[in-house]
Design a protein around this ligand. Structure first.
Ligand SMILES: [Zn+2]
Ligand SMILES: [Zn+2]
Length: 204
C-alpha cells in the first residue's frame, strides 16, 4: 500500500476500483438479473495509509495528519465490484455478493426462484394477452354480423310484443277467436311466446 501511495502522490480524492476476486470469470456474460455494483470499501489517507470506513472520519483524521499542509491532502476511495440481484432488489441493493459464485448460490435459493417463476408467468400472461388483443382485432369483423343478427331478433321480438299488445287491448276479433280459444291456436302460442320474451326482456 505504501508503494501504491507513493506512485500516486496527487492530492485530492481518487477512486480506485480493486479487482474483484472473480475478475476474468465473467467471460460467458453475466447471469440474468445479476448486476455489478460498486461498493465502497474504505477511504485511505495518502500520507499515512490509514483506512477509514467513511469520508467524514477520514477528513477528521487528515486535519491532524496533514497539519499545516491541508492543500496537499489526498485520499483514495477504494471500491470493489460486487454483485447484486436486480430481480429481488430493483432499487439500491441491501444484499451484495462478493463473488459471482456467491450470487449464483443466491439464484438457487427458493426466494429467487419463486420470483423468477412469477416473472416468467407474468411474461407469459402478457404474451397471451398480446395474442388475445391481436386476435380480437382480427375477429372484430366477424363479431359484428353476430350482433346484427341479435339486433334483428330483438327487433322481431319487439314487433311481436307491439302487435300482441295492440291485439290484447283492441280485442276487435275476440268473437272470432272464441271458438279456438283453448290455448292451442297459433295466436295463443304466439302470445305465450311474447309473454315469455317480455319476461326475459324485463329480467335483463
Ligand atoms: Zn493520515
Ligand atoms: Zn434474486
Amino acid at each position: 500500500m505504501q508503494a501504491f501511495l507513493q506512485q500516486n502522490p496527487n492530492p485530492g480524492l481518487e477512486t480506485v476500483c480493486l479487482p474483484g476476486p472473480t475478475c476474468g470469470s465473467n467471460e460467458n456474460g453475466m447471469p440474468q438479473y445479476c448486476r455489478e455494483v460498486e461498493t465502497e470499501l474504505c477511504f485511505v489517507c495518502r500520507r499515512c495509509g490509514r483506512a477509514y470506513p467513511q469520508e467524514s472520519t477520514l477528513l477528521a483524521h487528515q486535519r491532524s495528519c496533514y497539519l499545516g499542509n491541508q492543500q496537499r491532502r489526498g485520499a483514495l476511495r477504494l471500491v470493489q465490484t460486487r454483485y447484486a440481484c436486480s430481480l429481488c432488489e430493483s432499487g439500491v441493493p441491501t444484499r451484495v455478493y462478493n463473488t459471482l459464485s456467491g450470487w449464483r448460490r443466491h439464484a438457487e435459493t427458493l426466494q429467487h426462484r419463486a420470483r423468477h417463476e412469477a416473472v416468467q408467468e407474468r411474461q407469459q400472461q402478457q404474451q397471451q394477452q398480446q395474442q388475445f388483443a391481436d386476435g380480437g382485432a382480427q375477429s372484430g369483423e366477424e363479431t359484428n354480423p353476430l350482433t346484427d343478427e341479435m339486433e334483428d331478433v330483438v327487433n322481431q321480438i319487439t314487433l311481436l310484443a307491439a302487435r300482441a299488445a295492440a291485439e290484447s287491448t283492441g280485442q276487435p276479433q275476440a268473437g272470432e277467436r272464441a271458438g279456438q280459444d283453448n290455448n292451442n291456436g297459433p295466436d295463443a302460442k304466439r302470445q305465450k311466446l311474447v309473454q315469455e320474451v317480455a319476461a326475459l326482456a324485463g329480467a335483463r
